[in-house]
Design a protein around this ligand. Structure first.
Ligand SMILES: [Zn+2]
Ligand SMILES: [Zn+2]
Length: 345
């Protein structure tokens, strides 16, 4: 069986592994698609050091079910969440599942970019296997995890009704953020993005205004015009570029929120006027990862026809050509979401 792994810093390759077997309580899934995430790119570049396992947005078909598993059957189309919390520690008791010490240590075996992968008994027990609705295709399914990350962010921020939102960086995650904010009732959504292709995709997806962020004062003018000079309720940093955080704080309204959504490179620093943040009461909310309930809520939005995801996928690349998938995902002028395809598709 083939799977993708980090061969060396900067290099991703395809390797062989034995076909996984479903032990007691476990499930084996044949992969159909797995989205390529910005964190996968950062892992290959060496900028994201929390884990070296690639591919965490997989959908596929259950090919084996271990003894004692209930509610899942061979042939079911599923999405699988790669991280699960312990549900027993004090952090889980507060509902902060993403920060449970167990959470980031759990993963799929060997990874999502694999012809088949094993889902541990802990994953199965904690609800990481989500049956796909028949109205949710593979492309939309591969966007459920990033969609869940947006839903988790919006929940933690407690987005007010009829909010104004500005998203900096309209890559796959930013585009998804803009759409989900709209589906959750935002009345004005703007975005900044360097790549014209991605600005076009945003406008097609119903965003109100897009702009090239190279001219920061033009961004501030755009936001001022849309908000009568107040600034937005929520400014989202959907890129890893640390310099965009101060752009976000400058366009947030008094008492507004800045969401750190993109993964900043390890070691990056915040260079902001702290008194300005203090006096204007800017909330800085980082949001990492997601929960089973938020992922299921995103699937429900798709089923209800309130959130379109399929058209965000611009390229489907077979697992054997994974290097090409990484090359494409690093070309914002040519790509939106890149997904890797497997044998169940
Ligand atoms: Zn991701
Ligand atoms: Zn826990």
């Amino acid at each position: 069986m083939k799977y993708a792994r980090l061969d060396a810093p900067g290099r991703v390759g395809v390797a062989d592994a034995p076909r996984p077997v479903a032990g007691p309580g476990e499930i084996v899934v044949r992969m159909a698609e797995c989205g390529l995430c910005g964190t996968d790119l950062e892992k290959v570049r060496g900028g994201y050091t929390a884990s070296a396992i690639l591919g965490h947005e997989p959908v596929g078909t259950i090919e084996a079910v271990g003894a004692g598993v209930e509610g899942h059957e061979t042939g079911d189309r599923v999405f699988v969440h790669h991280h699960v919390p312990c549900l027993a520690c004090p952090i889980c008791a507060r509902g902060d599942y993403m920060f449970c010490p167990t959470y980031a240590k759990t993963n799929l075996d060997p990874c999502g970019f694999s012809e088949s992968f094993r889902v541990s008994a802990d994953h199965v027990r904690q609800g990481a296997v989500l049956t796909l609705d028949r109205r949710v295709g593979w492309d939309a399914g591969a966007l459920l995890e990033p969609g869940g990350c947006v839903a988790t962010a919006l929940r933690r921020i407690a987005l007010p009704p009829e909010a104004s939102v500005f998203v900096i960086g309209l890559g796959p995650a930013g585009l998804l953020y803009a759409r989900l904010a709209r589906a959750r009732g935002a009345t004005w959504v703007g975005g900044a993005e360097l790549a014209p292709l991605r600005r076009l995709a945003a406008e097609r997806g119903g965003i109100d205004a897009t702009i090239d962020p190279a001219d920061r004062s033009a961004v501030r003018d755009l936001v001022d015009r849309a908000t009568d000079g107040r600034g937005v309720d929520l400014a989202v940093v959907a890129t890893g570029a640390p310099s965009t955080v101060t752009l976000a704080t400058s366009i947030a309204r008094r008492g507004g929120t800045v969401n750190l959504f993109g993964v900043p490179p390890s070691g990056s620093r915040l260079d902001a006027d702290l008194q300005d943040l203090y006096l204007r009461g800017i909330r800085l909310v980082p949001s990492y990862a997601t929960t089973e309930a938020d992922i299921a809520a995103v699937q429900q939005l798709v089923v209800d026809g309130r959130l379109a995801l399929d058209d965000l996928v611009s390229h489907r690349v077979p697992l054997a050509e994974i290097e090409e998938a990484f090359r494409l995902a690093q070309r914002p002028q040519d790509s939106l979401k890149v997904v890797v395809t497997g044998p169940a598709r």
